[in-house]
Every structure is written in C-alpha cells, then in structure tokens.
Design a protein around this ligand. Structure first.
Ligand code: FAD
Length: 107
C-alpha cells in the first residue's frame, strides 16, 4: 500500500513508514510510592520515560530502589541481570548497616 509521508517539504510517497515509539515505565506502583518519572533524551528527542535512579539503583525516595528497564530503558537482558545482582548486593549491605546502627544505638 502506498502511503503519504507529510514532511516540511511536502508530501512524500512511501511504501512504508517506520516510527520510533516512546517507552514509558508503568506508573501506578511508582506513583503510589512517590517515585517520579523523568524524560530520557536520546539525540535530542525523548526516547523514554523512566525512573532516574543513581548508578547503583537508588531512587530519590528513601528505601525505594529501581533496576532494569524501569530505570535503564535501553538496557538489554545481560545488562539488566548484572544490574539486578549488583543492586541486590548493595541493598543487602545497606540493610545490614542499618541493623548494626540500630543495635549500637540500643546499647
Ligand atoms: C521488542 C523488544 C526486543 C528486545 N530484544 C532483546 C534482545 O534481543 N536481547 C536482549 O538482550 N534484550 C532485548 N530486549 C530488552 C529486554 O527485553 C529487556 O532488557 C529486559 O526484558 C528487561 O528486564 P526487566 O526485568 O528490567 O523488565 P521486564 O522484562 O519488562 O520485566 C518487568 C516485569 O514486571 C511486570 N510488572 C510491571 N508492573 C507490575 C506490577 N505493578 N505488578 C507486578 N508486575 C509488574 C511486567 O509485566 C514484566 O513482566 C528487547 C526488548 C524489546 C521491547
């Protein structure tokens, strides 16, 4: 089927048109936790809406961590698996440190 692609220079006939989609993290749980979404720009265009977590997965909300495509929309399976392992270990370390502080404070 022939389609017409409208451009600033006029309508260009085309057999097919490929368009980029914008991926967006599902927001219901994030909204409930108060975690904001941010635009992820690639080459000057918004390519995704994601959780802007720090490099180890901490979000702006204390005790809420985000890892995987929700935080890194362009990541592939191997990167997401590695990030999950790293974040799990750091999260565990943070919980252990909190436990120690609580016990020291209790005397
Ligand atoms: C079209 C396409 C092709 C791809 N091809 C490749 C490829 O060839 N190789 C590669 O390495 N990567 C590929 N990827 C990327 C890969 O799919 C992702 O990197 C990977 O799946 C991310 O894993 P994740 O666990 O972060 O997220 P997901 O795999 O998206 O898992 C998140 C899960 O959470 C669930 N969920 C969401 N909200 C809730 C909720 N409120 N309660 C409970 N569950 C919820 C979702 O249903 C989903 O099952 C591709 C991605 C796409 C979209």
């Amino acid at each position: 089927m022939l389609v017409g692609l409208e451009t600033p220079g006029g309508v260009v006939p085309a057999d097919a048109v490929a368009v980029a989609s914008v991926v967006e993290a599902r927001s219901a749980v994030l909204d409930a936790l108060g975690v904001p979404l941010a635009d992820l720009e690639v080459f000057g265009s918004v390519a995704a809406r994601h959780v802007a977590a720090d490099p180890v997965g901490r979000t702006t909300v204390p005790r809420v961590w985000a890892v995987g495509n929700v935080a890194e929309p362009m990541a592939q399976v191997v990167m997401v698996a590695a990030a999950g392992t790293r974040t799990g270990a750091l999260l565990n370390a943070e919980l252990v440190a909190e436990d120690q502080e609580r016990r020291l404070a209790a005397g």
